[in-house]
Write a protein of this length. Structure first.
Length: 364
C-alpha cells in the first residue's frame, strides 16, 4: 500500500505542477509561450512644436549685374530714387520736368536716355519675420508589435497618411538696390544716381494663412520595454525609442502665392532680358513661368511613453505619447520655359511633433 501511494504521488506531482504552470501563464500563452504578436488601431493626433525659420532666398541676378533699363516711365524711376543721395532734389526735379508718363526710352527730341542699371541685393538675402509651420493633424493610426519576450518588443507605427496644412508667416520682399547710368545728354546732365526698393514678392499669410499643403507619410519603428507581468498586471506602462521616417508628397501651393511667385519670376526674367524698367513695372516677360515646391525626406529619433490595459487575454486598450525631433527643408523654385532657375526660396521646417495615440488592440 505504501509503495502504491508513493508511486501515485510520483505520477501526480509533475502533472499537478504542469497544470499549475499552465494556469499561471495561460493568460498570455497558448502552447506554453507568450503571445508573439499584437495589432492596435485608433486615433492618432500630431501636434507640431517647431517654430518658423526665415526664408533664405536667391535669384539668377548676381550682385553687380549690369542690365539695360529699356522702357520705363519717369514716375517709376522717381518712386525708387534714394532720397538721401547727393543732388536728389536736382535729379528728381529734372525727371519731374519730363512728365510722369514719359517713357525714358522714348523721350521727345532726346530719344532713348534710359541707360543701364548696376543691380545689387537680389543675389541672396534672408527674409526676416517669415517662415513656414506645420499645423496639427488627426488621422487613423496602426501599431504592430512583435514580442521578443514578456517585456521587450519591436514596434512598427503607421497610419493613413494625412493631408497636412503648412502655415505661412510674414511678407517676402526683395531688397533691390541699383546705380542708374542714363544715356545721352541725360547722362551728362544727371550723372549716375542711386535707386532702392523693397520689391514685394508674396504674402505667406494670404488664403487664411495656409501657404501650402502636403501628404505626410510618417512611419516609425523602435523597441519597447513593458513593465509588469503578463497575466498578473492588467495595467502595464511601457517606454520606447526608435526612428521615424518622414516623406512628403502631393504638395499643393496656395494659388495666390503661386501667382505672386510667377510675377516675381517675370521680374527676374526681364532683368536678364535687359528690361530692368519692365521689372519695376511688373510687365510680363518673354518667358512662361513654373513654380515647384519640394520637401526633403528625413529621419528623426522618436521616444514614447505609453501603457496598455487588458480587457481579457486577447483584447486591450492602449494609449501613448511620442516625441520626434523632426525637421525638413522646404524648397520653392521658379523656372522659365527654358528650365532656367530664376528664384529659389528655402526654409527649414521644424516639425518636432508630439504624437498622441489612443486605440484598441488584439493579441495573437
Amino acid at each position: 500500500m505504501k509503495k502504491m501511494l508513493t508511486l501515485a504521488c510520483a505520477i501526480a506531482t509533475p502533472l499537478l505542477f504542469s497544470q499549475s504552470a499552465v494556469a499561471e501563464f495561460d493568460y498570455f500563452k497558448t502552447d506554453g509561450s507568450f503571445k508573439r504578436f499584437s495589432v492596435s488601431a485608433g486615433w492618432l493626433h500630431a501636434s507640431p512644436q517647431g517654430k518658423a525659420n526665415p526664408l533664405e532666398n536667391t535669384t539668377a541676378i548676381k550682385d553687380g549685374t549690369v542690365a539695360n533699363n529699356g522702357s520705363v516711365k519717369v514716375e517709376t524711376v522717381r518712386e525708387v530714387l534714394v532720397k538721401d543721395q547727393d543732388r536728389f532734389g536736382f535729379i528728381d526735379g529734372t525727371l519731374k520736368g519730363l512728365g510722369a508718363k514719359t517713357d525714358l526710352s522714348k523721350v521727345p527730341v532726346l530719344g532713348d536716355v534710359s541707360g543701364t542699371s548696376k543691380i545689387n541685393g537680389l543675389e541672396s538675402w534672408t527674409s526676416a519675420g517669415t517662415g513656414l509651420e506645420s499645423d496639427d493633424v488627426d488621422t487613423f493610426g496602426l501599431l504592430f508589435n512583435y514580442y521578443l519576450n514578456d517585456h521587450w518588443s519591436v514596434e512598427v507605427k503607421a497610419g493613413i497618411p494625412p493631408k497636412v496644412d503648412i502655415l505661412g508667416q510674414g511678407q517676402v520682399y526683395a531688397p533691390l538696390k541699383g546705380t542708374v547710368s542714363p544715356d545721352g545728354i541725360a547722362g551728362t546732365l544727371l550723372g549716375d544716381f542711386e535707386i532702392s526698393k523693397d520689391m514685394p514678392i508674396t504674402d505667406l499669410e494670404q488664403g487664411n494663412g495656409v501657404a501650402s499643403s502636403a501628404r505626410a507619410w510618417l512611419p516609425a519603428a523602435g523597441v519597447q520595454y513593458q513593465f509588469g507581468k503578463s497575466g498578473v498586471n492588467k495595467f502595464r506602462p511601457y517606454v520606447g525609442a526608435g526612428v521615424m521616417y518622414a516623406y512628403f508628397d502631393d504638395i499643393e501651393l496656395n494659388d495666390g502665392i503661386r501667382k505672386d511667385l510667377e510675377r516675381a519670376g517675370h521680374q527676374i526674367q526681364n532683368i536678364k532680358d535687359g528690361k530692368a524698367g519692365a521689372a519695376l513695372e511688373n510687365v510680363k516677360s518673354s518667358q512662361g513661368m513654373s513654380v515647384d515646391v519640394e520637401a526633403d525626406s528625413a529621419f528623426a529619433p522618436i521616444v514614447t511613453l505609453g501603457a496598455t490595459y487588458d480587457f481579457n487575454d486577447k483584447w486591450f486598450g492602449v494609449g501613448s505619447v511620442s516625441y520626434a525631433k523632426l525637421d525638413s527643408d522646404t524648397t520653392i523654385t521658379v523656372k522659365n520655359d527654358k528650365n532656367e532657375e530664376l528664384i529659389r526660396a528655402k526654409s527649414n521646417l521644424d516639425i518636432d511633433p508630439y504624437i498622441t495615440f489612443l486605440g484598441v488592440g488584439y493579441r495573437f
